[in-house]
Design a protein around this ligand. Sequence first.
Ligand code: PGA
Length: 262
Amino acid sequence: MASNDRKPLISGNWKMNHNHFEAIQTIQKLAYALEKDDYEAVDVSVHPPFTDLRSVQTVIQADDIPIALGAQNVHQETSGAFTGEVSPTMLAKLDVSYVIVGHSERRELFGETDEIVNAKAKAVLAAGMTPIVCCGETLEERTAGQAESKVAGQISGSLAGLDAATVGDLVVAYEPIWAIGTGETATPEDAQQMCGHIRSLIESEWGAAAAAGVRIQYGGSVKPGNAPELMAQPDIDGALVGGASLDADDFSRIVKYPLYQA
Ligand code: PGA
């Protein structure tokens, strides 16, 4: 583990993949591949589509699997006339622990603004769950030298109004949009630089304890081969894994990254 007491969190975002039968198979294979030592070193969460949550929850409970259940999105209201949406209390009732909010696909394809992401993060917290708040720049923004300012705006907008203790307990995922699903990964140095920047932004707005506590994940084409080097960076406390989380073998090798570190 890095030289701090933040326990790494490796999260598998299945996106719109795996029906509930496939989801059951995947969680069972994953449970078979992971051992007690793995869970001691690393926290693990899986984020299936909404239609799979109950099935995966049932397997996790029945087999007593120490994998946290996660969701990919949520609506900010508790109930009401919001056709097609799912509320935080519904997720909490299914023993969901982590909810991804503001993933770049939600921001880019479904028009989620920092205000919406902020409302969702607060709603997730109010229901007793932990938000994984995503941020990241496009290739154009990076090329134009605007990556840090884009991420700074997303962090202060998405976390606005949260107190220091709350920020210290949540998870931020830095996902450069140009590295998501493209096979392009930020170099460990670039990823570290931005994660360090995020931690110092949090320190200046919420103080040293919040900055020391918040877990910052890197996301964007994380694979078994590049996970050990990314995870060795001092400000990277986990990974948000898309494509490679669909396969239990690949995902379990990512979770087992400490075995492959020098
Ligand atoms: P990827 O997705 O691992 O397929 O690049 C990452 C993410 O969007 O969470």
